[in-house]
Design a protein around this ligand. Structure first.
Ligand code: FAD
Length: 373
C-alpha cells in the first residue's frame, strides 16, 4: 500500500483529461494535507492530436511538442507524483469510502477520491509504445514505411484515416493513397451531411482515392494488392489501420461492475461527472458516456468540472459543478496547409484552409504550452 497522507487523490490516465485535472488540483491543494498520484502508462505525455503528422514524416511538427516529460506538470511540485504503471483493478465500496487501485504487478495505491481518465486504445502508427527508446524506433520505422511506399491503403474514414491520407499526399505527392470507409460518406452520422460531403470533396481534391460503402477485413498484406469486401482489387504495399479506437475501460467493468459501462464500453456518469454508485469516483475525457464528439475541447471542460467537484468532495461538500455539453466542432486537416472545420453554431458553419491550419497548429501547441514547456 502506498504511503498515506491525510487525503489521497488518484488519477488514472495522464492524457488530456487526467493531466489537466492533476495540474488544476496541484495549484489548489495544500501539499501537507493532500497528495495527488497520476498513474499512467508511459513516462512521457502524448499529445495524440499531433501523432498523425509526427509518424508520417519529420515535417510540420516538432517531436518535443508531441511527446514530452511530466516534470513541469504540477504547479506545486511536492503535491503530486507521476507513477508509471497500468491500473488493472479498482477496489471500491459503494458510497464514499476510501478504496485503492491495483497496478499490474500487484502494487496498490489508496485513494480518498479517484478520477478515471484512461482514454481510448488505438491501432496503427498512432499507438505509441511504452518507452522513449521504443517510441523513437516506432516513429522512425513508420516514417520510413511512408517514404518507401507507393500504394498506401488507409482503412477507416473517420478523422484519423482522413488526416493520415491528407498528410501522406501532402508529403509524398507521388504516392497513391486509397481511403476505404464502410459508410456512404466519410466521418460518421454525428456530423451533418454537408460537412461530410465537403470533407470528401477536399480529400479527393488533395488526390486521395476515396472508396465508400466498402471495407477491408484482412489487414495483413500478402502480396502487391488487397481485395475489398466488394471484390474490388487495389494495389497496395502498405496498409494503415485507422479505425476502431476502443475505450480502455476493461478494468472498470471487471472492478466496478459491467453496469458501470454502456454496451460500447463508455462510463456512465451523472451531471457532475461522478459514477452513479460511488460518491468519490469521477470520470473524464473520451471514456465518458456523453453524446458528443470525443475531442480535446470537451475534455478540457470535463477536466474543469471534475477538478472543482474533487475539491468539493475533499472538503466534505456536495459536488455542484455540472457539465453542459459544448457545441460540436471538428477540425480535420488535409496535410499541413489545408483542412476544414465544422462548428455547430447558427446554421452549422464550415471554415476552410486558413482557419483549419491555424486551429490545428494551435492545438498542437496547446498541450506542451499548458504543461509548462
Ligand atoms: C490520432 C488522433 C488524433 C486526434 N486529433 C484530434 C484533434 O485534432 N482535435 C481534437 O480535438 N481531438 C483529437 N483527438 C482526440 C483527442 O486526442 C482525445 O479526445 C483526447 O486525447 C482525450 O483525452 P483523454 O484524457 O480522455 O485520453 P488520452 O489523451 O488518450 O489519455 C489517456 C491516458 O490514459 C493512460 N491509460 C490508459 N489506460 C490506462 C491504465 N489502465 N492505467 C494507467 N493509465 C492508463 C494512457 O497512457 C494515456 O496517457 C485525436 C485522437 C487521436 C487518436
Amino acid at each position: 500500500m502506498s504511503s498515506v497522507k491525510e487525503k489521497n487523490v488518484v488519477i488514472v490516465g495522464g492524457g488530456f483529461g487526467g493531466a489537466t485535472i492533476a495540474r488544476e488540483l496541484s495549484g489548489k491543494l495544500d501539499p501537507s494535507k493532500y497528495h495527488i498520484t497520476l498513474v499512467t502508462l508511459r513516462p512521457f505525455m502524448v499529445n495524440l492530436t499531433a501523432t498523425i503528422r509526427l509518424t508520417t514524416s519529420e515535417l510540420g511538427v516538432e517531436e518535443k511538442k508531441v511527446i514530452f516529460p511530466y516534470d513541469k506538470l504540477f504547479h506545486k511540485k511536492d503535491v503530486g507524483t507521476v507513477k508509471v504503471g497500468r491500473v488493472t483493478a479498482v477496489e471500491a465500496s459503494e458510497g464514499s469510502k476510501p478504496g485503492c487501485v491495483v497496478l499490474e504487478g500487484g502494487e496498490k495505491l489508496s485513494y480518498n477520491v479517484l478520477v478515471l481518465a484512461p482514454g481510448f486504445r488505438w491501432n496503427g502508427p498512432v499507438s505509441l509504445p511504452y518507452t522513449e527508446e521504443e517510441t523513437r524506433a516506432h516513429i522512425d520505422s513508420w516514417r520510413e514505411k511512408f517514404k518507401t511506399s507507393k500504394n498506401i491503403v488507409v482503412v477507416g474514414g473517420g478523422a484519423v484515416g482522413i488526416e493520415f491520407s491528407g498528410e501522406i499526399r501532402d508529403v509524398y505527392p507521388d504516392a497513391k493513397v486509397t481511403l476505404i470507409h464502410r459508410d456512404r460518406l466519410l466521418l460518421n452520422d454525428f456530423f451533418p451531411e454537408k460537412f461530410r460531403k465537403a470533407i470528401e470533396k477536399d480529400a479527393r481534391a488533395g488526390g486521395v482515392d476515396v472508396v465508400l460503402n466498402d471495407s477491408l477485413e484482412d489487414l495483413e498484406l500478402k502480396g502487391t494488392s488487397v481485395t475489398l469486401e466488394s471484390g474490388k482489387k487495389i494495389d497496395a504495399d502498405l496498409i494503415i489501420p485507422a479505425f476502431g479506437g476502443k475505450p480502455a475501460t476493461d478494468f472498470i467493468a471487471s472492478s466496478l461492475g459491467a453496469d458501470s459501462l454502456t454496451d460500447k464500453g463508455l462510463v456512465k456518469v451523472t451531471k457532475t461527472l461522478r459514477l452513479p454508485a460511488y460518491t468519490n469516483i469521477f470520470a473524464a475525457g473520451d471514456i465518458i458516456d456523453v453524446q458528443e464528439s470525443k475531442q480535446v475541447v470537451p475534455t478540457y471542460f470535463h477536466a474543469s468540472v471534475v477538478a472543482a467537484n474533487v475539491l468539493a468532495v475533499l472538503n466534505d461538500k456536495e459536488p455542484k459543478r455540472e457539465y453542459s455539453k459544448v457545441p460540436i466542432s471538428m477540425c480535420v486537416s488535409n496535410g499541413r496547409n489545408r483542412g476544414l472545420i465544422y462548428v455547430d453554431i447558427l446554421w452549422g458553419i464550415i471554415f476552410g484552409n486558413w482557419v483549419a491550419s491555424f486551429a490545428k497548429n494551435f492545438l498542437f501547441n496547446l498541450m506542451p504550452k499548458n504543461y509548462g514547456q
